[in-house]
Design a binder for this molecule. Structure first.
Ligand code: ATP
Ligand code: MG
Length: 393
């Protein structure tokens, strides 16, 4: 048994000792059967949240109303969720109502896809009521029950299907696929934040191009938070998303491939966090630089410069190894990384020049910084002092 399951086993055993049912469920079972690294272990149990809180010494009530309590065991967090079912039709604006149930099968039946609706018991027996293992073998994504119903209950599942397609390199079963096409418009009811989370996971997957192509064909792409069309046919598809290394590169690639003119507007509509908006903005500016001066390198930093080259190389399908080596060399010749590295500050300059502070000081500092970066002024305080004394205006 996998080490992560082994470590979590005492939590399940404890629940059983107290007379409750307990199982490993969801993503961890799926990833285990796929022989993939397991991210986190989720547990489903007949115990109610208050029972779980009573049984374990260390718990964190993260979503009591949905039946979820975190149990801390040997410094690892486990989400223990009471068997539950949900409203058949959700009101997309309000959180859905949940009912606690006593039956594992009922809990599994509310889950989105067959491979997400399996469980493992304490002796590591697989419980698979909906053919999840078979679907994993066939590498297909299939909803538990009628796909039309399941997507209308929660249209986010449409995004999740596309995400799994990309991450696991699977196809979508025919009926499930048809339902996605028919119900793609329901995605408009889902909050941007939830869509963005699935979308970025999709872009991180090994088959992002294929998943994006499917999203286009099934008109899912038309119902994203903001218009996102490819410049020409096949751009998303032909693009090798695996060449990219970070989420800011992925978002910037989307912008470049779809020829978005209002970059900030696009990122705002997608409700990306400010730090991501800033990074994408910088990368976009860096991308437009065709010949990097030392001053450009100094301003953007080596990391952003290299990141823009990675992106360029992916988009143009060209090897930029030589340029990268040149950039690294050029960057290493820059003696400072910020103004703080200059051994002469504003106060000292005022003393040397015996002048009153004013706009001139900012101009002088800027000029001095530029000359140091470009190698025209040595980084020595006596050289700099001399230069300041001779500085005019
Ligand atoms: P990840 O690898 O991103 O953790 P996951 O499948 O574990 O993928 P989670 O969001 O962690 O996704 O959800 C855990 C489990 O909860 C899923 O495996 C699935 O059984 C169920 N689930 C999650 N989201 C939905 C949904 N929108 N509708 C139905 N069931 C869902
Ligand atoms: Mg998970």
């Amino acid at each position: 048994m996998n080490e992560m399951f082994q470590n979590a086993l005492p939590v399940l055993k404890r629940l059983e000792e107290k007379g409750y049912k307990a199982y490993f469920v969801g993503g961890c079972v799926r990833d285990h059967l796929l022989d993939r690294p397991i991210k986190d272990i989720d547990i489903a149990s007949s115990a109610r949240p208050e029972d779980v809180q009573r049984i374990f010494p260390k718990t964190i009530p993260v979503g009591i109303e949905h039946g979820t309590v975190i149990v801390r065991h040997e410094s690892v967090s486990y989400e223990v969720t009471t068997f539950r079912k949900e409203d058949e039709y959700r009101d997309y604006r309000r959180p859905s109502k949940v009912w606690f149930v006593d039956d594992l099968k009922e809990d599994l039946s509310r889950r989105d896809f067959t491979f997400n609706a399996m469980a493992l018991d304490t002796s590591f027996q697989l419980i698979d009521h909906f053919g999840g293992r078979e679907d994993l073998k066939r590498e297909q994504i299939r909803t538990v029950g009628d796909p039309n119903l399941r997507f209308s209950e929660d249209p986010l599942r449409i995004m999740r299907a596309c995400r799994f397609m990309s991450v696991y390199n699977m196809t979508i079963e025919a009926e499930t696929k048809r339902a996605i096409k028919d119900q793609a418009y329901l995605l408009r009811r889902i909050s941007t934040e939830r869509i963005a989370i699935e979308f970025i996971k999709l872009l991180q997957g090994v088959q992002a191009g294929i998943a994006l192509k499917f999203m286009k064909e099934s008109s899912v792409l038309d119902h994203m938070p903001t218009m996102m069309q490819e410049k020409q046919n096949g751009q998303f598809m032909d693009f090798d998303w695996n060449d990219l290394e970070s989420d800011e590169q992925r978002w910037t690639a989307i912008l470049l491939l779809s020829d978005v003119s209002d970059v900030r507007g696009f990122l705002k509509i997608w409700k990306l966090p400010n730090h991501m908006i800033k990074k994408v903005g910088e990368l976009m500016s860096a991308y437009r630089i065709t010949s990097w001066s030392k001053m450009d390198l100094y301003r953007f930093g080596l990391e952003t410069a290299l990141s823009s080259i990675t992106l360029k190389s992916a988009i143009e399908k060209k090897d930029y190894a030589e340029e990268i080596a040149q950039l690294e060399q050029r960057y290493s010749e820059i003696p400072i990384t910020s103004r703080k590295d200059i051994p002469l500050d504003g106060k000292e300059i005022l003393e040397i020049t015996q002048r009153k502070p004013g706009i001139w000081l900012g101009k002088l500092l800027e000029e001095m910084e530029k000359k140091i970066v470009e190698g025209e002024l040595a980084l020595s305080s006596s050289v700099l002092k001399d230069w300041v004394k001779r500085w005019e205006r």
